[in-house]
Design a protein around this ligand. Sequence first.
Ligand code: GLY
Length: 392
Amino acid sequence: MQKIITLLFIIACSVDLHAQRSMKKLIQEQFDFAAKQYKILASHTPPDKMPKTYYAKKDKWETSNTEWWCSGFYPGTLLYIYEYTKDTVILNEAKRRLVLLQPEDKLKGTHDLGFMMFCSFGNAYRILHDPLYKRVIDTAANTLALRYHPEVKAIQSWEKNKVFTYPVIIDNMMNLEMLCWNAQNNNEPNLQQIAETHANTTMKNHFRKDYSSYHVIDYNPETGEVIKKKTWQGANDSSAWARGQAWGLYGYTSMYRFTKEKKYLEQAKNIAHFIFTNPNLPSDMIPYWDYNAPGIPNVPRDVSAAAVTASALLELAQYVGKNQKNEYISAAIKIIHSLSSPAYRAKLGENGGYILLHSTGAFPMHSEVDVPLTYADYYFLEALHRYKEWYL
Ligand code: GLY
């Protein structure tokens, strides 16, 4: 009996070792590939612009100015590539783009400063330790806090417009990481308080009983009351827009990291449960652009939602018991394998230099449908980085 137990133990260990070796190899391949691809993307991006997407049929690159919410993902991705490969051509390109992006740390008209300035300068400071990068994050965090309204108890997402008075979108959960990081690194409890209050308000008003989320909650800024619950990028007001679910999962996981508040952990676990038990989640775990999109299965996927989910799950796995940890890591590995396969990963020299295919930006506006997107690449590499750091 003892011999059988020992044999089973040896088999289990060698299976584990084999799986780890294959993940190590996969991660190396993806980063080597990313370095080659991003040199192509760099060569097609004018020095005063940031990459946005690429339309293969027209062989057309689309770029943005630095005010676009995605402007931090390109430098952030370059930094993840540099960190792994130590390729200084990539590092120099990242540094040039950070110089271009820096003035946006005072941009008051957007809630997306976390995406813009923390995915870029946050990684730059983490890897390169230059105090200038920290000063940029400090400025950006304090700029973002100006959008907080004490009556609504949330940070305003978009400006008042014809449709919304004081809109708050689920995506905004992603901008809290910069506030919390700043609060804890500078002893600024006010920023932490703003982040927590926003997360609490979002938990109260954005979520349905099944832990799927509305995209947009519109508030009355005089009273803080909810005016309406709507969508902007989803299939309809009561649908589960795929990337919105991923933003929520990631956002509450990182709120737990900073606060150790059990309610944030439970929220993240419940969102994960909604995603994994959704009957419309395909077996390769790359969701359709909306879990309730009319026409499933003949509708586009959203690779960006899958990449965000994989990265979030790898963090969430650190905060739960053994069985759930294994479940989350296995799901993240499955997503990573799908994304690394020819079904979703570009061939060398193709896809305009982006890494991943098949993301969907804003389906209802016919904008960026079935294309590469900067944030899909960013969160994919972040997931690989996290796996390497935490689980190899
Ligand atoms: N507003 C960010 C997104 O499209 O996910």
